[in-house]
Design a protein around this ligand. Structure first.
Ligand code: PEP
Ligand code: MN
Length: 339
């Protein structure tokens, strides 16, 4: 159960409400976000809304049977729109294109990538400065130095920064330079990190865990929301299956399922999803047709010499073509009444 509280509810009314819900045998968690205040009631058995409906300070009461509550579509039918400022947003009914290298490598690379994005009307740039790598001997990112260089050029160009945060201690130093904090697949269930991201006012994109279920992804998002941050984006980036012909198995089933279960925007990452450069475009467009609100893919001036994930990275010519095809496919999708 979610009880949406009226803005400015008095402490006394809140207490009275909580007492009453406790009496009925429900355990209450208080949630205060930048957008509103909620009481989450968890309990067994039927809840008779009439037992609290007469109390002061309630804006609305919703019975949500899902294990996740605040990210569920059962109470918030209107899709959540992530406004990043300067006219850039990630939202239902729109198509966000997020492109850039796997890793930020140099100032020159940043400048060339931004020029490529600008000339293709792409205003969201991805890139890692803290990289989770399977081997400790691989390139692990330029760190804060890279992020500051990136910020300088991105800000001047009106480009938004999407980058991975790997641990709690990085959030504060990264905060002012980042538009969307990415939680990587290896960190989807790092609950301490999710808790801390709940305390900030920046958007958070959570990738699906490598062996994570759809439900687990939603529960991870619930952590951030219940921590206080409603600005959430879900990302399907492929899961580990028995299939070895591709790096991961992009689970496009997840897209319509997530869109149905949650009010949060959903983006698809075909680069990590299939891991093979020649098939990234197909899977990106399939993701668009599956109902995604955005696509995030890896692009690099010289993919064969990229410091990481070159095998799944598009060159700029391929990226230009794909961005255009993503928009055309999305325009077509909008004309299909069944989708
Ligand atoms: C990435 O985006 O480069 C990345 C490491 O992604 P994931 O966490 O999905 O593997
Ligand atoms: Mn990568």
């Amino acid at each position: 159960m979610i009880i949406q509280l009226q803005p400015g509810i008095s402490a006394r009314d809140r207490e009275a409400l909580m007492d009453q819900v406790n009496k009925v045998g429900y355990k209450i968690t208080q949630v205060k976000t930048q957008a509103g205040e909620y009481l989450i009631g968890i309990g067994k058995g039927e809840f008779d809304i009439r037992s609290i409906g007469h109390l002061n300070g309630i804006q609305d009461i919703h019975i949500v049977s899902d294990d996740y509550k605040l990210v569920s579509k059962k109470w918030k039918v209107k899709p959540t729109s992530i406004d990043l400022g300067d006219g850039v947003s990630i939202k239902d009914g729109d198509m966000a294109v997020i492109a850039g290298p796997c890793s930020i490598e140099s100032e020159e690379q940043i400048q060339h990538t931004i020029a490529h994005l600008k000339s293709n009307r792409i205003n969201l740039m991805r890139g890692g400065v803290f990289k989770p790598r399977s081997s400790p001997y691989s390139f692990r990112g330029m760190g804060m130095e890279g992020l500051k260089l990136w910020y300088k050029h991105a800000k001047a160009a009106g480009i938004k920064i999407v980058t991975e945060v790997m641990q709690v201690s990085q959030i504060e130093e990264m905060h002012d330079y980042v538009d969307v904090f990415q939680v990587g697949a290896r960190n989807t269930q790092n609950f301490n990190l999710l808790d801390e991201l709940g305390k900030i006012d920046k958007a958070v994109m959570i990738k699906r865990g490598i062996s994570g279920t759809i439900e687990e992804l939603l529960q991870s998002a619930e952590y951030v929301f219940s921590g206080g941050n409603e600005k959430l984006i879900l990302c399907e980036r492929g899961i580990r299956t028995y299939e070895k012909a591709s790096r991961n198995t992009l689970d496009l089933n997840a897209v319509p399922i997530l869109k149905t279960k949650s009010h949060l925007p959903v983006v698809v990452d075909p680069s990590h999803g299939i891991g093979i450069r020649d098939y990234v475009a197909q899977m990106a467009l399939a993701g668009v047709m599956a109902g995604a609100d955005g696509v995030i893919y890896e692009a690099h001036e010289d993919p064969d010499n990229a410091y990481s994930d070159g095998q799944q990275t598009l060159n700029f010519a391929q990226s230009a073509l794909l961005a255009d095809q993503i928009r055309k496919t999305f325009a077509m999708r909008k004309t299909f009444p069944l989708l």
